[in-house]
Design a protein around this ligand. Structure first.
Ligand code: GLV
Ligand code: MN
Ligand code: MN
Length: 415
């Protein structure tokens, strides 16, 4: 493979495309709200598809709404070298989480066209549906179906808080494609992403060579007490579901701290019923998100939480139903893909370090069916899942160049 100076993406074009996509669902604080399978998600998808068609790609959409934009290889029967991420965001999301990985893939294809480079394997840029797991739980569900972690019926039946399913919403926005989900070989998969944490920026590293991703366990809890009047009901006999839930929030935080420094534990969602200021809450729905790179430690977090919840339920005179709705084990990425990223980084002279992903990514599931790894770039102050999420254009550019070289190494440059 040439190591010539002209083997480079067009960083300005990638940045401009990111800024153009960020107009769809732009928020007042400079972020994005483009929840999965909303009209705004459709707009983002339509723009991506239009750009890919203009770059000469063929488009295929599967039954989970995953979009594959393909640049043919000289031996087009070979399995593709694939890259991509997601276009959906959190409700108060940023402009880069996911979108960067998708548009870096498109930029690789555009650059291959500009540079007149043919590859033996086809190259594909993919948009995975509903990576965030915000509107529809769990996260990474469509890449999970692709990789066989979930069956199709499970994926299509995931429902939002209003009871709308992914299947219905895919039909509504016109992205319930005809293709079978998965079941085809991928030669290698790379995902480029902002780090979403503070390590690379603090250590002044331009590239994170991602070796592993930590595991996650997600739970839904229903805390049931008894609604009663806020005035006449004496304190000692109350069955206050919100008090029980609040104690669980504190417990979850302690579980995270007890599994430090890398364990993380979050209650991110709570619905209080009836949510009236002079009614003692009778019911709370809440979620727990546990993360750890070590499966045994993740199990230990599960045990500590369950024991603590039982004690809180008794002390608070409430009933608590705990359901684990998702378990994504820690992922070691493929050594040859990690090495391809490390080699590309070294060729380009970027400062780098190996890093474990704290966030979940579609690459975690795809690693079950294809040699996979990830490329991280820093983000400002390590902030993500926040409208102020930001990255410097030179970091965006650097990650794209590493992706181009890593993909070429796997796709086989023929001209
Ligand atoms: C996905 O954004 C996650 O929660 O890691
Ligand atoms: Mn993401
Ligand atoms: Mn995210």
């Amino acid at each position: 493979m040439s190591e010539g100076h002209n083997l480079a993406i067009n960083g300005d074009r990638l940045w401009d495309s990111l800024m153009e996509m960020a107009k769809i669902g732009a928020t007042e604080k400079g972020g994005n709200c483009r929840l999965a399978l909303t009209d705004l998600d459709r707009e983002g998808r339509d723009l991506f598809v239009a750009w890919c068609k203009a770059a000469g790609c063929t488009i295929r959409i599967d039954r989970m709404g995953n979009i594959f934009a393909r640049r043919a290889g000289t031996n087009d029967d070979l399995p593709p070298v694939m890259t991509g991420s997601h276009l959906d965001t959190q409700p108060t999301g940023g402009r880069f989480d996911g979108v960067y990985g998708v548009l870096a893939g498109l930029e690789v294809i555009r650059s291959l066209n500009d540079l007149g480079i043919a590859t033996e394997h086809p190259v594909e840029a993919v948009v995975w549906t509903n990576e965030e797991g915000s509107r529809f739980a769990p996260a990474m569900v469509a890449s999970g179906v692709f990789a066989g972690a979930f069956d199709l019926e499970y994926g299509l039946s995931r429902a939002d808080v209003d009871g709308k399913t992914m299947g219905e919403e895919l039909e509504r926005i016109g992205y319930a494609g005809p293709e079978e989900v998965g079941g085809r070989e991928i030669h290698a998969f790379f995902e480029t992403h902002i780090e979403q944490g503070p390590i690379l920026e603090a250590e002044e590293k331009e590239i994170g060579v991602v070796t592993d991703a930590q595991g996650q366990r997600w739970y839904e809890l229903n805390v049931t007490g008894q609604e009663s009047h806020a005035g006449p009901t004496p304190m000692p006999i109350r069955k206050d579901a919100l008090l029980g839930a609040s104690r669980i929030v504190d417990l979850v935080n302690k579980v995270g701290l007890d599994h430090g420094p890398v364990g993380c534990a979050t209650v991110g969602m709570m619905q209080v019923h009836p949510n009236s200021r002079n009614v003692i809450p009778g019911h709370v729905f809440m979620t727990i998100d546990f993360r750890h790179p070590d499966a045994d430690q993740l199990l230990s977090m599960d045990r500590q939480m369950r024991e603590g919840v039982a004690e809180i339920a008794a002390r608070s005179r409430v009933e608590v139903d705990v359901e684990e709705i998702w378990h994504s084990p820690p992922v070691p990425f493929d050594r040859s893909c990690v090495e391809a990223v490390a080699r590309a980084t070294a060729e380009l002279g970027f400062s780098s370090r190996e890093i474990v992903s704290g966030a979940g990514h579609d690459a975690c599931y795809i690693s079950r069916v294809a040699p996979t790894s990830m490329i991280f770039i820093p983000c400002i102050d390590g902030i993500s899942h926040n409208e102020v999420e930001d990255a410097k254009p030179e970091w965006i550019h650097a990650g794209g160049n590493v992706l181009l070289r890593a993909m070429l190494a796997k796709a086989g440059r023929v001209a």
